[in-house]
Design a protein around this ligand. Sequence first.
Ligand code: NDP
Ligand code: AKG
Ligand code: MG
Length: 450
Amino acid sequence: MTATSSQAPAGESITIQNGSLQVPDFPIIPFVEGDGTGPDIWRASVRVFDAAVEKAYGGKRKLMWHEVLAGEKAFKQTGNWLPDETVADFQKYLVGIKGPLTTPVGGGIRSLNVALRQLLDLYVCLRPVRYFTGVPSPVKRPELVDMVIFRENTEDIYAGVEYRAGTPEAQQVLDFLSATFPKDFAKVRFGDAAKSSDWRQLIGQEADSSVDVGIGIKPVSKLGAQRLIAAAIQYAITHQRRSVTFVHKGNIMKFTEGAFRDWGYDLAEGAFGDQCYTWSQWERTKAARGEAAANAEQKEALASGKLLVKDAIADITLQQVLTRPDDFDVIATLNLNGDYLSDALAAQVGGIGIAPGANINYVTGHAIFEATHGTAPKYANLDKVNPGSVILSGDMMLRYMGWSEAADLIIQGLERSIAAKTVTYDFARLMTGATEVSCSGFADAMISHM
Ligand SMILES: NC(=O)C1=CN([C@@H]2O[C@H](COP(=O)(O)OP(=O)(O)OC[C@H]3O[C@@H](n4cnc5c(N)ncnc54)[C@H](OP(=O)(O)O)[C@@H]3O)[C@@H](O)[C@H]2O)C=CC1
Ligand SMILES: O=C(O)CCC(=O)C(=O)O
Ligand SMILES: [Mg+2]
């Protein structure tokens, strides 16, 4: 059942009591169709969700879909890209799902996707990356890829604190830097010294007195870092994973990304000390008693079942997730690193057409599930793209709600469709002997295999 933004269907709200989600049999689930390929994907995905729930519970449970507006559809109907009612409904009903929304480059509205995460304080972006047998992959051993990305979802340069070059606001920030931190201001290119430099001739610019520098601010807080890292460590312990790796660029951005690592180790040793062994501890033991003692200590800790908590610098990580993926398990990282890593890792296990995700606040219970990919506008309304990412995001949503029987049917439908080589264009172009089906055709195949 679909309703407009202002009219919720019959059903009940999911609630949270003492940290535990209370899910009625007929929960109202707000959804956003999304821009670009969003509507095609949604139409296919919702049939898969409904079929899985019907098959699992025979009508005793049902998802009560409630359409809420965001993006282009919202703007067309209401003149507002993200109506207040949409945010209010995600607040009220706790768990929802959305398609991708367009964000223009270089100007225009700020990301609605990011706005929803910030407004609901969905501080974890959870993106599992796993291999399904038979999926075409550019790497030799895709089955070794089994990682879960915990991406900080509310701050870093995604906070949106930035000023366009040449505006009074940018100038105000520059003036502040110049007056308060003159040494740092001297590092801002191109400050006073470069106003008439020779290279301007190379790019055909006249010497002028403007300082054309855009300024962005990268806030990284201790609370923001530690609540994300706590979620990652807790997940790793609960799911008996081997390690958590903090991925950061802390050698260069010492007080933001470097602090993320240090706060992470403090938290691991403070709040999870009896369940973790950290590389920070290893360093201290090495300094006190030598490398052999540190190695022995680590070996003993891991043999006793402790979780290894380590870190890696972001650039080499992007190589090593390819060359030795089994060194990486749960990853905790900052917002931008997590964005890059999600798409790069998805490529190893079949691409962005099969990359699910969730935005979660584990304290309030609020969660919005969404694919890792965007709107893929060139394929809009062609009924062509892979609905797998949104469908797998729905699988995550059902598991979050405790409806694992329905979620298992979704996985079964996906695995069997891939095994039968009935796939969308993105997989078909890399597989021999595949039958290419449309977006809706893939949903049909999945349902027939449940
Ligand atoms: N959470 C969100 O809502 C997100 C929104 N966006 C927004 O989406 C817009 C477009 O972003 P863009 O950078 O082009 O990235 P997209 O993820 O939208 O698309 C890039 C390419 O990825 C492949 N792809 C994407 N989705 C699918 C799918 N379902 N099945 C198969 N292949 C797929 C296609 O590759 P090929 O061409 O090889 O077929 C496509 O051309 C931007 O406005 C961006 O801001 C981006 C990311 C997340
Ligand atoms: O909000 C957007 O348009 C892009 C966001 C994005 O790429 C992501 O969250 O992975
Ligand atoms: Mg992204």
